[in-house]
Write a protein that binds this ligand. Structure first.
Ligand SMILES: CC(C)(COP(=O)(O)OP(=O)(O)OC[C@H]1O[C@@H](n2cnc3c(N)ncnc32)[C@H](O)[C@@H]1OP(=O)(O)O)[C@@H](O)C(=O)NCCC(=O)NCCS
Length: 170
């Protein structure tokens, strides 16, 4: 549980189903995430996600972003393996009705700090699709640095595009 201004960053609960579908079922969100994020995002998808999260043990990697007692988005860490085991990839989304209020930036700053404090990490990274300037801005506001542009790195919605690699190191 992390307090971040108006937000509470907390583990998922089975009771988040309706809020999750309400905010996640949005093509504009899907377009900026990996294809494993479903679209359309159904109640069954939400239930499957929440069942998985209910089985999580140890320090959490995946959080709901709560505002006004409702889950309005998600933020999570994927710990990489092998020689990349001191790196985690960070990903997030916010429901469209809540965009532009600084929430992604608040959540990213809080979880970045949590990740470096909790896990033996030396690097946090995010790959932003090149058509997503809002997320690049969020990463910059949270102190991440642009390291490069990965050409033809993404195949999304039937088109090939580049991605921006952002990272923060410890
Ligand atoms: C990207 C996303 C997380 C931003 O959430 P948010 O809560 O609106 O973000 P914040 O309010 O903290 O900051 C957004 C910043 O982007 C800027 N921005 C928004 N649209 C922009 C655009 N088209 N071009 C440039 N900057 C833009 C805002 O002005 C703001 O910057 P500012 O504070 O300097 O004005 C949200 O739009 C989202 O969930 N998108 C879909 C999923 C996604 O992209 N996830 C990240 C994958 S890497």
């Amino acid at each position: 549980m992390i307090n971040a201004g108006a937000l509470l960053i907390r583990p998922w609960r089975r009771s988040d189903v309706a809020a999750l579908v309400r905010h996640a079922n949005n093509r504009k969100i899907w377009l900026n995430l990996r294809d494993r994020f479903p679209h359309p995002y159904t109640a069954a998808d939400a239930q499957a996600w929440l069942e998985l999260r209910a089985k999580d043990r140890g320090d959490p990697h995946n959080f709901a972003i709560e505002f006004d007692r409702q889950a309005i988005g998600a933020i999570g860490l994927e710990l990489l393996t092998d020689v990349h085991r001191m790196t985690a990839e960070i990903g997030y989304w916010i429901g469209e009705s809540m965009w532009g209020r600084g929430f992604a930036t608040l959540a990213l700053k809080a979880v970045t700090e949590y990740a470096f404090r909790t896990f033996p990490l030396r690097r946090l990274q995010a790959t932003v699709f090149e058509w997503n300037p809002a997320s690049a801005r969020v990463l910059e506001k949270a102190g991440y640095q642009l390291e490069g542009r990965l050409r033809n790195y993404v195949f999304k919605d039937s088109r090939v595009g580049g991605a921006l690699m952002y990272a923060k190191i410890k």
